[in-house]
Every structure is written in structure tokens, then in C-alpha cells.
Design a protein around this ligand. Sequence first.
Ligand SMILES: Cc1cc2nc3c(=O)[nH]c(=O)nc-3n(C[C@H](O)[C@H](O)[C@H](O)COP(=O)(O)O)c2cc1C
Length: 260
Amino acid sequence: MKRITAFVGSARKQHTYHAVQQFLTNLQLLGDIEYEIVRLSDWRVETCKGCRRCFDDGEECCPYAGDDRNVLIEKMMTSDGVVFASPTYSFQVSAIMKKFLDRLGFVFHRPQFFGKVFTSIVVQGIYGGPKVVEYLDFVGFGLGFRVVKGCCLMTLDPITEEAREKLDSVLAAHSRRFHERLSRSPYPVPTFLELMIFRGARTSMRLMESDTEPDYRYYRDKGWFESDFYYPTRMNLLKRAAGNLFDLTASRRAKQGRVW
Ligand SMILES: Cc1cc2nc3c(=O)[nH]c(=O)nc-3n(C[C@H](O)[C@H](O)[C@H](O)COP(=O)(O)O)c2cc1C
């Protein structure tokens, strides 16, 4: 049994919600799936005020740590798959979704959702949705998920029979791709790009060398300063050599005061 949690960033129970519901129903027809749809508008997610306490002192120091952020994170932690779904508003995600993402900002420093599959579902009236899909997929990658490229659905009212068929077929294909990824190994061998990002990030973290830095502590406690990647993986000789090269390049650049 795989558990999927979908986070919906629309205050209406309309196109975004229905697309998610259809996606999840398709998934259930493909395998043993249980799911939960979390309408973010039903939860208390305060607007980040930019104090940086989560980055500098730890996420538990967030002045809003008592809202529902941790409950929502726990829902992701206990899922095998996660969906972020949003309508396109002014060429971006909705404010409800963005508030949620900002409160997850510290996770980009201290990624934690490895081994879980992620995708996005975006609906749009006319224009801008594909860029929102790209954005959400990048967010998923930054949080540590394995990303299945999301989909964008055109939901201009009234929806014609032809448009409805198109929506159904896009969602059916998307569910199949997601289901296929769910059935693969949760911890695949990293790509060269993923390896480079990991080695570069940990070099920056190592340079902090301070127990008062939550990012440094997180990397140290995870054993990431010594490991090949975020999670145990068997890399061939070529990847090992590339990893060493990325370490070397990242250290050199750091010494020159450059980030990457
Ligand atoms: C404030 C607002 C801004 C919007 N901006 C865009 C936009 O930039 N591009 C677009 O294609 N559609 C835009 N739309 C249309 C919505 O994306 C579309 O109606 C979508 O179906 C809404 O999702 P929902 O049915 O789940 O509420 C906007 C709608 C609203 C209410």
C-alpha cells in the first residue's frame, strides 16, 4: 500500500481540486493506493515574516511554529508520494500555495524528503501554467523529492466536451507516469547533476564549521560530510571519480570566495 498526500492551493473546490481527485482516482485503479487531499485553505499557515530564525537558529524557532506547518510536514514525511497542486494566479502559484512554500524555505537548506515521489498539477485559464509547473517541480527537487514532471491543464469555462477529453487523457498519462515511478527504487543512483549539487552544497556547509549553524549541524548529524550522497547508494567508478572532481572544484571555488 502506498500513501499519497496532495496539497491543493485553491480556496475553491473547483478545477484544481477536481483534477487532483481524478489523478488520485486514476492512481487507485493502477495499484494499491490510499490518499489524502489537503486543502491548504482549511489549515493555519501563517505568512512568513522574513525573520530568518528558521535558517539561522532552527525551524523550531520560527515565531509561527505553533501553526499547522509541522502537521503538514509530517503528512509529507509519512507519505510515499506528494502532489502540489495550484491554480495559475497572475502567472504564478496561488498565494495560499506560496505561503505554504515560504514556510518550507528552510527545507531547501536542509532537504529531507528523500525516497519520496513528487509531482505537480497546475490549472490555468489561458496562459502561464507551464512555467508554474516548472517552478513547482524545481521546488520539489529542492525539498529532496524524486520529481515526476508535472502537468498543466487548461480549464477555461465553460469546458467543452473536447477539452474535457483532453483533460482526462493528460491526467490519465500523468497518473501512469507517477505510478510507474512509485514502483521503482525509492533511492536511485544520483545523476551527475544531482551529485554535483550535493557535493557543492556540502562544501558550502562544511565551510561554516560551527555548531551554532543549524545547516552545518544537520549535514554533520546526517553524516553527509563523509557520505557519497544524501542517501546510501552504489556508484560506479565513473560516478565516484566525478564525485571527487566535484568536491575538488567546489573547494577550489569556495577558497576563491565563489559559491559554486
Ligand atoms: C486572481 C486570479 C488570477 C488568475 N491569473 C491567471 C493567469 O495568470 N493565467 C491564467 O491562465 N489563468 C489565470 N487565472 C484563472 C485560473 O487559473 C483558473 O480559473 C483556474 O481554473 C482556477 O482554479 P480553481 O478552479 O481551482 O479555482 C486567474 C484567476 C484568478 C482568480
